[in-house]
Design a protein around this ligand. Structure first.
Ligand SMILES: NC(=O)C1=CN([C@@H]2O[C@H](COP(=O)(O)OP(=O)(O)OC[C@H]3O[C@@H](n4cnc5c(N)ncnc54)[C@H](OP(=O)(O)O)[C@@H]3O)[C@@H](O)[C@H]2O)C=CC1
Ligand SMILES: O=C(CO)COP(=O)(O)O
Length: 330
């Protein structure tokens, strides 16, 4: 929407799983099932088989918006259609494994996409429906080429309601983008675990704020482990996106269930059936760091109590147990 509002022509190509959403958007006045209004006229929806090499050839930037399980499909599609080097931006939030080591998508995708000129990472508080409604927000674009590709893409996308900053800390932005989904599960569990009937939302505030601060500290430590900068965790891609996801994301809906004593499998088979809850995938990835690896100590329980509580709930499918006595308050 901001790209179209800036006068760009936008092609919105679906995956093979999006046929119904695309045909709905193609009908006059048709609205994407998750949005409130039709997309601007400059946005042209395309079914998966309508996207051609000529479209890709003509694009200034390619933006990938599949969820993390769709990344292999996106890589194959891009390698089929890209004939010349192009910058590729990713809104996808997830981690990856290369051999035994855990890495960001920025690093794992580079060798898989030989025609990708520059990887542009995107982070920040951006609930899709709110952005499509042009509610104000801010995000960060990251590229490792001295921010050149990030700045060029930001110039195409920035509007009064979509404020953009840029950074060269691609690893930090990508690490935080994935980690905030994971931590949102644990922070949101605190919103329902300690109810306060005197408040309109029925939630007490102190436990959530304390867990949020713990999440930010742990996220900064993990961000550095990935090779990103600590400061990035305290900026838009870290605490900015964590705040919005705790306030209104799908990961927080899972957390709300855990706070009420439900299990992950129970929630995913119930009200979250069919929803994208990527913090679960991130928990599985991070569990690789529970064992010491060459050159890398295991996650210490004393420094990562919230991470380990979330991993336990996901991997063991047990009720979420977070002990406030474990907070790293100093
Ligand atoms: N929604 C939001 O507000 C924001 C989302 N993001 C990130 O953007 C990414 C996409 O999010 P969102 O659009 O909400 O997620 P959705 O689950 O709504 O959509 C993801 C898309 O990827 C497709 N997909 C999933 N698995 C596969 C696969 N194996 N092969 C091909 N296509 C596949 C989905 O198809 P299908 O719908 O049929 O499953 C769908 O088209 C995520 O990484 C998310 O974290 C970032 C910022 C904001
Ligand atoms: O990433 C998001 C907002 O920036 C959306 O979060 P969820 O995936 O939890 O809905």
């Amino acid at each position: 929407v901001p790209g179209a509002d800036n006068g760009n022509d936008v092609l919105l190509a679906g995956t093979p799983l999006d046929a119904a959403a695309v045909s709905r958007m193609k009908t006059a006045g048709g609205v994407h099932p998750k949005l409130d209004h039709p997309l601007p006229g400059r946005v042209t929806p395309l079914a998966e088989d309508e996207l051609t090499g000529a479209h890709v050839e003509a694009a200034d930037v390619i933006v990938v918006g599949v969820s993390s399980p769709g990344i292999p499909w996106a890589v194959e599609k891009l390698n089929t259609l890209m004939t010349r080097e192009r910058p590729v931006a990713f809104v996808t939030k997830g981690l990856d494994r290369v051999g035994p080591s855990l890495t960001t998508l920025a690093e794992s995708l580079r060798p898989q996409l030989p025609k990708m000129k520059t990887f542009i990472g995107i982070g920040g508080p951006c609930i899709a429906r709110e952005l499509a409604n042009r509610n104000p927000t801010a995000s960060v674009y990251a590229s490792a080429d001295g921010q050149s590709a990030a700045k060029a893409f930001a110039a195409l996308m920035a509007t009064e309601y979509y404020r953009l900053s840029t950074t060269d800390d691609v690893t930090g932005v990508e690490a935080c983008a994935a980690l905030k989904n994971f931590y949102a599960i644990g922070v949101a569990a605190m919103q329902t675990r300690y109810p306060d009937a005197t408040r309109p939302d029925g939630q007490s505030k102190n436990p959530t704020a304390a867990a949020f601060t713990q999440a930010a500290l742990e996220m900064a430590r993990l961000c550095e482990r990935f090779g990103g900068r600590r400061d990035t965790a305290f900026d838009l891609a870290g605490i900015g996106d964590l705040h919005v996801t705790v306030g209104g994301g799908r990961n927080s809906r899972l957390g709300h269930g855990l706070g009420l004593g439900r299990t992950v499998s129970d929630m995913m088979a119930g009200e979250l059936a069919g929803e994208t809850v990527e913090g679960i995938d991130t928990a599985r990835m991070l569990s690789a760091w529970l064992e010491p690896a060459p050159g890398l100590a295991a996650l210490e329980r004393a420094r990562f109590p919230l991470a380990l509580a979330i991993i336990d709930a996901v991997l063991r499918d047990e009720p979420f147990a977070f002990d406030f006595g474990g907070l790293t308050v100093s």
